[in-house]
Design a protein. Structure first.
Length: 91
């Protein structure tokens, strides 16, 4: 099985085989950030790392999403510009 990361402003994709995920999850994080990948794709990578018993890599992939959520301004209901970095918008 593969996960496909759409390349921003292109019809191309980066294909990543789940059975050969990079040991350094930061490699995946950098690609996801550069291509403004949707949040659900970040979660699928995290889950694949978790399924394979790679808990530290699971956390590495989720950390930017957790940091993003922590920066949301719930009190004023403002959209957070950082959501643009993940190809999604806040609820």
């Amino acid at each position: 099985m593969s996960l496909l990361i759409p390349v921003k402003d292109s019809d191309e994709v980066v294909e990543v085989e789940v059975h050969s995920l990079p040991e350094d999850a930061n490699d995946i994080v950098e690609i996801l950030q550069a291509e403004l990948a949707p949040i659900d794709l970040w979660l699928r990578f995290a889950v694949e790392y978790y399924k394979q018993g790679h808990v530290e890599q699971f956390r590495t992939v989720l950390q930017p999403l957790l940091e993003l959520e922590a920066t949301r301004n719930y009190d004023e209901g403002e959209d957070n510009a950082l959501y643009a970095n993940f190809g999604s918008t806040p609820e």
